[in-house]
Design a protein around this ligand. Sequence first.
Ligand code: PGA
Length: 228
Amino acid sequence: MKFIIGNWKMNGTMAEKESLLKSLKSVKTKNKIIMCLPFTLLHGENFGINIGAQDISNHENGAYTGDISGKMLKKAGVKYVLVGHSERRKYHNETNAVIQEKATMAIKNGIIPIICIGETAAEKKSGKTMSVIKKMITECTPPRGKYIIAYEPQWAIGTGNTPTLNEIAYIFSKIYEIVPKGTIIIYGGSVNASNAHDISKLPHVDGLLVGGASLKSRTFLPIIKSVN
Ligand code: PGA
């Protein structure tokens, strides 16, 4: 069984969510589909599809205007939450330490954190990919509890560029050696219907994190079907 996780980022209305989730429900798949939606779309009819959020506060509750707590997410039926997405690191200055706190808070509330890691284009160019990945895993993962690792090279997100299959296979074999046995490791960054099958079949690749292509059933369903 593979994990196919959609990340809607800051997109979508309730009507669009209902339409996509309804179409997901009709697809026959042995894989696990999870949709990480904006906070405003977490409530309402989810048609039996697993729902995830895109961020969680590192605080329990209190004077943190605009933040959403683990308890609130749990009550809204959330089972998974993205933490440390590169857009959060870039636009909200999230550090590895904050990301670890967020992952810990998710686990405390019975939510599985999907911890995003990945190098920038400059880091790749200077041969630092593996050292960046190792540091992120060491500093972002919580001391206990189950989590998912999403390897998303930052230069691959929303660009149409992906690492080669050999590069992905190499990096996943290394991540597999670092994380606790049984940890789910998924790939993200410009996944589409043409590359999803080949990437998902690589050793140690337990699934895919899909951004842009998860917004519409026209682009998302072919990915799900190709991974079957
Ligand atoms: P993308 O985004 O599929 O649009 O590249 C992936 C992500 O940011 O999770």
